[in-house]
Ligand binder design. Structure first.
Ligand code: ATP
Ligand code: MG
Length: 375
């Protein structure tokens, strides 16, 4: 039996004249993601649905469904079977394709959509016929018009008839590539991959920047960041990771600046470098995984000092979230197990004993002068 995926693009439907541009980006993203891990598919736009059809017989359809479930810009989708434009075939396909699902629930109803008005049966007739056939063949099943466990949908379109059960929830958001590009400062921790995932969900492309302090931080700490980027890429698409050698700068800060300002000064240097990488790669803003008050360098005062080191906006998608809420997303996107691997990060190797929690910009700027020519 031939299966396809019917993608319903929820929020996209609202975008008026831009809709077709958004749809084109969404199709490009799905195509690229599927080619990369499953194989070739054909994409057909039809009303508010994109029909995703495998080009070869023995493609891994389960894998395709998993890939599609992670593509941003999709509110919901259905796996559907194709039937001939013939009542007997529709009944048979409905039973064989959805029979197992229907046997494991109590109630159902049939919903028919008939965009091909030449089809000889009306929608109510089609519902009755298919419903009666399913009831006859699955004795445990009952009709429930109001709150059924499964809605069996029969869509009679121009070329095909599609039959599917309940819709599957998509990743939501907007297609990546529809809303500009940013540079994400990614550590090996829990928060920054979540921040990256959240901003990508709104259609933004990621450029990642990681600061590496060899030999104080190991190659495995860097590889962990690459692993996290691969996990994010399942949702966000292709990501370039810029690994910045940071040891010399960190050692200079430690040598020359007062200890209690170390973290904020280090942060400001990270921001400056990330800004240069962002500008060189057409990224318009910086993203971090910070949330207010989590640690000394994330008090409002420290964040203000960090921001004033750069001229482009710094967005922090996790800013108002509790750690627990961030962890929930981290687990949902499959990053948590990697994030908690115990490798040192450059922020954790030189931690001041008494970090200043409420630095003023004037103090920080004065302390920074001790570094000499930062450029
Ligand atoms: P995370 O879980 O993202 O590491 P955190 O709560 O551990 O965050 P910090 O280690 O203070 O907080 O880092 C705050 C933010 O600074 C990170 O979310 C990340 O955006 C950025 N950052 C920290 N370390 C690095 C690094 N080595 N390379 C790039 N960015 C970093
Ligand atoms: Mg960290």
């Amino acid at each position: 039996m031939k299966e396809v995926i019917l993608v319903k693009n929820g929020e996209l439907a609202l975008k008026g004249l831009n809709r077709s541009t958004f749809e084109d980006i969404l199709v490009k993203n799905m195509k690229r993601r599927l080619i990369h891990s499953v194989g070739k598919f054909t994409f057909t736009k039809s009303q508010s649905t994109i029909i995703v059809e495998p080009n070869e017989e023995d493609l891994d359809f389960e894998k395709a469904v998993e890939v599609i479930s992670k593509v941003f810009g999709i509110a919901g989708f259905s796996r559907a079977a194709l039937a001939e434009k013939d009542l007997e075939d529709i009944k048979n396909v409905a039973l064989s394709y959805l029979g197992d699902d229907l046997r494991s629930v109590k109630t159902f109803k049939v919903n028919a959509k008939r965009s091909d008005k030449k089809f000889p049966l009306t929608s109510p007739e089609l519902c009755r016929e298919v419903g009666a056939h399913l009831l006859r063949n699955i004795p445990s099943l009952k009709l429930d018009g109001h709150n059924p466990d499964i809605i069996v949908t029969v869509e009679v379109r121009d070329k095909h008839v599609f039959i599917h059960g309940n819709q599957i929830k998509g990743a939501g958001g907007m297609p990546v590539g529809s809303a500009g590009r940013v540079a994400l400062l990614v550590s090996g921790g829990i928060d920054s991959p979540v921040a990256g995932w959240m901003i990508c969900k709104r259609g933004v492309c990621l450029e990642a920047v990681h600061f590496h302090s060899h030999p104080y931080t190991s190659d495995r700490a860097r590889d962990k960041v690459l692993d996290l980027a691969r996990i994010m890429a399942k949702y966000c698409g292709r990501i370039n990771v810029h690994v910045v050698p940071f040891t010399e700068i960190q050692l200079a800060i430690i040598e020359k600046c007062p200890e209690n300002y170390l973290t904020v000064i280090m942060r400001r240097l990270m921001m400056r470098i990330a800004e240069k990488i962002a500008v060189a790669n057409n990224a318009q803003a910086l993203i971090t995984g910070e949330s207010i008050g989590q640690v000394a360098s994330q008090t409002m005062e420290s964040l203000v000092c960090t921001d004033s080191a750069v001229n482009i906006p710094v967005f922090r998608p996790c800013i108002g979230m509790d750690k627990e809420e961030i962890v929930t997303i981290s687990k949902k996107i499959g990053a948590f197990e990697t994030s908690i691997q115990p490798f040192e990060d450059c922020c954790t190797i030189f931690v001041p004993k008494h970090p200043k929690t409420k630095p003023t910009l004037a103090e920080i700027e004065e302390a920074e002068l001790l570094l000499g020519d930062i450029e």
